[in-house]
Design a binder for this molecule. Structure first.
Ligand code: SAM
Ligand code: SF4
Length: 339
């Protein structure tokens, strides 16, 4: 992978609150092979036509420009990134961009078993795999599709091909997740994986979210402590990481909590986003976007793209404000943004 020494880094992406942005989330598609109720509608999903999505070359150019502004970490996401044909080719291109030192992906795991080796060979470093439950019926209730067996196969295939840092993500929803918490914790311990619980955010396409459905990280931690054993906090390796990490006192298994609702971490946010159709967003909850695709397709210079990225970062708000009366839910749901 190329190192930062090889590029001349321009002024970094600092917003008006002094946050330096070095982490870019790239959505490669809004399509998905399942329909999680906390993200997508059940039926009649209107996906973007193929020609509206950025090509791999366009994504690569955007990343090259962002890398010159200090972006060094990329996370590929979606929709489901593995439904985008030829994803390892994109990973290979991005791994060669000077300054990019880490490429990760968030996936639902269904197509992972067949692509894990190619992704590893292309330079993908880290994987987050969504796993909300170990029960097929609950998987169907959440995702409105079959697929748990493939997800589990995907997790084990990723381990076999040598991915070291695999995290499992579960969105915690009241009325569904309670009986899953201890079995998921035990599964992670048994298989040497890190489990992360994410609080449910108001980004579901059907706009059914309300705060009564949120199980807080604190509540999950209490359940794990009672059901498995004491958890000790781990030192913070990177202040911009969204998770608070713990380890079981017996040293077997790490658990992370991402608590955007009960403990917002916006003050340390270092992330910007590129949607599948080339819109720059400075926050998951942003209601404004900056059109990079128009520039990429209109013969714009790198300076023009730089100015667009800086404009987006310059307009970033202090926080998402989920808990305030003024909170405005974005028009887009999670699958259309890239989580
Ligand atoms: N399809 C891939 C997957 O599910 O892992 C990647 C995209 S998905 C939008 C990224 C992450 O966002 C997943 O871990 C998913 O569980 C999480 N997510 C989706 N909707 C959410 C919501 N309303 N609140 C919290 N997390 C959510
Ligand atoms: Fe698909 Fe991921 Fe959204 Fe579930 S959370 S519907 S897997 S994009």
């Amino acid at each position: 992978m190329a190192t930062i020494e090889h590029i001349s880094c321009l002024q970094p992406l600092v917003d008006t609150f002094g946050r330096v942005h070095s982490n870019l989330r790239v959505s490669v598609t809004d399509r998905c092979n399942i329909r999680c109720f906390y993200c997508m509608p059940a039926e009649n999903v209107h996906f973007k036509p193929r020609h509206e999505l950025l090509s791999f070359e366009e994504i690569e150019r955007f990343v090259r420009v962002a890398a010159q502004l200090g972006v060094d970490k990329i996370r590929l996401t979606g929709g489901e990134p593995l439904v985008r044909h030829g994803l390892p080719d994109l990973v290979r291109k991005l791994a060669q961009v000077p300054g990019i030192r880490d490429i990760a992906m968030t996936t639902n795991g269904i197509l992972l078993a067949e692509q894990a080796q190619a992704l590893k060979d292309a330079g993908l470093g880290r994987l987050n795999i969504s796993l909300d439950t170990l029960e097929p019926d609950t998987f169907f209730r959440i995702s409105r599709r079959e697929g748990l067996a493939q997800v589990l196969e995907g997790i084990f295939a990723a381990q076999r091909v040598g991915f070291r840092k695999i995290r499992l993500n579960a969105v915690a929803i009241r009325g569904i997740t309670e009986p899953e918490i201890v079995p998921l914790g035990q599964f992670a311990r048994r298989h040497g994986l890190e489990m992360r619980f994410i609080e449910f955010m108001p980004l579901d396409a059907e706009a059914n979210w309300d705060d009564q459905q949120v199980i807080t990280g604190e509540q999950i931690r209490a359940t794990l402590t009672e059901g498995i054993g004491p958890l000790n906090p781990l030192p913070v390796e990177d202040p911009s990481q969204p998770a608070t990490d713990y380890e079981f006192a017996d040293g077997l298994g790490r658990i992370g909590f991402i608590n955007p609702v009960s403990q917002p971490f916006c003050h340390h946010c270092n992330r910007l986003r590129l949607t599948a159709e080339g819109q720059v967003r400075n926050c998951l909850f942003s209601i404004e976007e900056w059109d990079a695709r128009r520039l990429l397709r209109g013969g714009a210079s790198d300076e023009d793209l730089t100015a667009l990225i800086r404009a987006s970062i310059g307009a970033k708000k202090a926080g998402h404000g989920i808990n305030s009366d003024q909170f405005v839910k974005p028009d887009r749901a999670m699958y259309q943004i890239g989580g």
